[in-house]
Design a protein around this ligand. Structure first.
Ligand code: ACO
Length: 438
């Protein structure tokens, strides 16, 4: 895949008086890279790039994003078109298989999702082992890892079974998420139903109860589809890179996805949607004055950050946040909800977009700023927000795992480092050690 993108151009690098030529790679949308794979073997030097701000770890045909212009596409389709016109299941198919499904392909993929929705009854006992207040992300990560013991179909070529594994995961993760909520509430489990669409089925498992049957609401189903699509993939972010890195050691898909879920949990990554709503709730409880939060975020001595703002790649509006903001207005109006947190969020956004600190640093609302307000409106509890992100991101993780497994340039992921510890020193036997000689 990479080889046909070598442009023939060379970058030059002079080290210790010798000039080296390094090949230049140009991607489909014009992004440029200098190929340094032979750098250490030819020069003895490595590159230093904490946080991988300038490091390409792979080539990929899944997602393109341009952070300067605010462009995002999956497999060549603009995120705006996909969010407007597709169901989440269609987009999941697109990410995993590379093309939008025909009606027949969509039908058979949807049937597979229906088939696989149940959990093995032995897995259901696992839920009883967690304490009642267990974090849903901890449950999700553990349960997904345990799937590998129930479905050990990793052969020498796991790509033979990838369609099966992908459908199984996409379907079962939804059931695991809903069951973990029911368990945390101490309510009876609601099993998946064949006659409901992917999102309607999830909502029914979450909210149906023996005393109050759930009525599927099309507005809620539509906005959930949109949110999951918007979270479907985002190229080499922290959790996706985790899935690839763990997978590079040839680890099974379920264990890699479990690792990705753990990475997503962090408040600087997927955990930000929960942190945003908690921040807005705190501001609301304290009388609605958000200015103190903005002042704290700008104070270099205070580690506090205005969650929901800033992005490693986007230096303009995140295209997803524009769609989510509009969806937020639409769904709250349709459900006739007047959420004070939405008012506070809009005031914060307005103030931040005019504030020199945020303007200079190109800090705009990200995907997490408004998504939590929608989740609140449709009844998803705050500690499940990051689980919802994981449901959406799952097809992207699977697509990257599949692509990595099939990549002829695949190597086990193993960064280098610059050692800055003590130089080699004499060993002192335990009996002779004092505070002065260790
Ligand atoms: N509030 C206040 N200041 C911020 C914020 C913020 N949310 N984000 C970045 N900055 C400041 C930093 O303090 C730094 O300022 P300095 O140059 O004076 O030191 C500058 O902007 C650059 O910030 P970095 O940390 O270098 O940016 P980085 O690309 O490493 O981090 C990140 C990106 C983690 C998303 C960051 O913007 C952040 O912490 N945001 C808040 C958490 C959040 O919303 N995360 C969700 C991201 S979207 C996602 O993962 C799905």
């Amino acid at each position: 895949m990479l080889e046909k993108h070598f442009s023939g151009e060379k970058a030059t690098l002079t080290l210790d008086g010798t000039t080296y030529e390094l090949p230049v790679i140009i991607g489909t949308e014009g992004e440029k890279a200098v190929d340094i794979r032979a750098l250490r073997s030819t020069t003895g030097y490595i590159t230093m790039d904490s946080g991988f701000m300038n490091t390409g770890s792979c080539s990929s045909a899944i997602t393109f994003l341009d952070g300067e212009q605010g462009i995002l596409s999956y497999r060549g389709y603009g995120i705006e078109d996909l969010a407007e016109s597709c169901s989440f299941v269609e987009v999941a198919y697109l990410l995993v298989h590379g093309n939008l499904p025909t009606p027949k392909e969509l039908g058979s993929f949807s049937r597979m999702l229906g088939e696989f929705a149940m959990l093995h009854e032995n897995m259901i006992h696992f839920f009883d082992g967690f304490p009642p207040n267990a974090a849903p992300m901890a449950i999700l990560s553990s349960m997904v890892n345990s799937l590998s013991s129930f479905y050990p179909e990793m052969t020498n070529n796991p790509l033979e079974n990838i369609d099966l594994m992908a459908a199984r995961l996409i379907s079962k993760v939804r059931t695991i998420a809903a069951f973990s909520y029911k368990k945390s509430m101490g309510h009876p489990l609601v099993y998946p139903r064949h006659d409901l669409s992917y999102c309607a089925n999830f909502l029914n498992m979450m909210f149906d109860s023996p005393v109050r049957p759930y009525e599927v609401n099309d507005v809620v189903v539509a906005v959930l589809n949109k949110l999951l699509i918007l979270h479907g993939d985002h190229e080499q972010n922290c959790s996706t890179s985790t899935v690839r890195l763990v997978g590079s050691a040839r680890v099974n898909l379920y264990a890699c996805i479990s690792a990705g879920i753990s990475a997503l949990w962090g408040p600087l990554h997927g955990g930000a949607n929960q942190a945003v709503v908690e921040m807005l709730e705190r501001i609301h409880r304290e009388g609605g004055d958000y200015r103190r939060c903005i002042a704290r975020a700008k104070d270099p001595k205070d580690p506090f950050r205005l969650v929901g703002f800033g992005h490693r790649v986007y230096k303009t509006h995140d295209p997803r946040s524009r769609i989510i903001k509009k969806a937020c207005d639409d769904v709250l109006a349709a459900l006739r909800i007047d959420d004070p947190l939405l008012h506070i969020a809009k005031e914060i956004e307005e103030a931040v977009l005019k504030d020199e600190y945020f303007v200079e640093r190109h800090l705009y609302p990200n995907v997490d700023f408004y998504s939590g307000i929608i989740y609140r409106a449709i009844g998803i509890p705050t500690d499940m927000f990051t689980v919802m992100f994981a449901l959406g991101r799952l097809p992207g993780w699977i697509a990257h795992w599949k692509e990595m497994w099939d990549d002829p340039n695949w190597r086990i992921g193993r960064p280098r480092q610059i050692y800055v510890g003590p130089r080699r020193r004499p060993f002192v036997p335990l009996k002779e050690r004092t505070l002065e000689n260790v």
